[in-house]
Design a protein around this ligand. Structure first.
Ligand code: ADP
Ligand code: MG
Length: 292
């Protein structure tokens, strides 16, 4: 049976936009030592916008953008949506239908158009050396600003670089500072590059971050974190985050997250309101003192 104090804490939480799928999760929050966060859509708004397109010599930026958007229109990734949105806004031409489109989670997308093989994704997806040679310092500069850089490759040549900027949520810093004041270690797990990860982690005041994290690696990192910090929460919004949410002692989903994330989580932040996490921890610590 559920204790009256627990019941009242759960309904108090619900009134303040935090949903507990059971008293045990509220109890677990009081023992929390570390919280891992997904980046895109969790610490950031998850609505990236295209800021720069750098095309190779002799290549039309508009043409590359049209092809990239045509391929990305078959992906649901937030970066894909941003590229499609930008192309529709800036080019007045119909999209091309790609053949053999393949979505490679954590890396990018690839497709064939007529005779050409196209790849759009992170530097290591198109070849790290080629990507670094192509951008000649621009990659580093944009990544240091927290931008995500994706490359468009046509056959074996890099045709363009597309930079996208996603903004850190207004309340992220406050949420992280509060958790740190409560003695909780905060870490970000992202599939993005080392430099972009570092810029966002600094801006968000996180203790630490792990970049270039493949979807399957998030679970591994979480298991390690459980070994070092015993009681760990994971906060995420995406389909890719669901396995990590399930692995954590407490899985926390953003209210606007994907259905899979919402179903897998133990706790839901109904209004995406990150500072509610430390309120909930405070509530659970107080509740435990009343019960014991
Ligand atoms: P995150 O963990 O930051 O949400 P993902 O694991 O989804 O990121 O993707 C990691 C990286 O792979 C992205 O930063 C991007 O460079 C590349 N990527 C993944 N999907 C796509 C896509 N549809 N189009 C372009 N790049 C992509
Ligand atoms: Mg996300």
């Amino acid at each position: 049976s559920i204790m009256p104090a627990t019941l009242s804490a759960i309904s108090n939480g619900a009134r303040h936009g935090i949903l507990f799928k059971g008293g045990v999760h509220l109890e677990n929050l009081s023992h929390l030592k570390a919280i891992a966060f997904d980046k895109t859509g969790t610490l950031t708004k998850g609505k990236p916008e295209v800021t720069d397109i750098i095309a190779a010599d002799g290549v039309s930026g508009e043409e590359v953008l049209l092809v990239a958007a045509s391929i990305e229109s078959h992906s649901t990734h937030p970066l894909a949506n941003a590229i499609v949105h930008y192309a529709k806004k800036t080019i007045d031409k119909a999209f091309i239908t790609p053949e053999r489109m393949e979505d490679v989670p954590g890396w990018g997308v690839k497709a064939t158009i007529v005779e050409d093989e196209w790849k759009i994704g992170k530097a290591s997806f198109v070849g790290l050396d080629a990507a670094e040679n192509f951008s000649n310092g621009a990659l580093e500069k944009m990544a240091n600003q927290g931008k995500t850089v994706v490359f468009v490759q046509k056959n074996d040549e890099i045709a363009a670089l597309i930079a996208l900027q996603d903004v850190v949520r207004e309340e992220t810093k406050k949420a992280i500072d509060q958790l740190k004041n409560q003695g909780i270690y905060t870490i970000m797990l992202t599939g993005d590059s080392q430099k972009t990860g570092k810029a966002i982690a600094n801006e968000a005041h996180l203790d630490d971050f792990i970049a270039e994290c493949l979807p399957e690696n998030k679970v591994e990192h979480l298991k390690k974190l459980k070994e070092t910090h015993s009681n760990v929460a994971m906060v995420g919004d995406g389909i890719n985050d669901a396995p990590a949410l399930a692995t954590a002692n407490v899985g926390i989903a953003m209210g606007e997250g994907s259905d899979v994330a919402l179903e897998t989580a133990d706790v839901v932040l109904m209004k995406n309101d990150l500072p509610r996490i430390s309120d909930a921890i405070e509530l659970s610590r107080r509740m435990n003192r009343i019960i014991k």
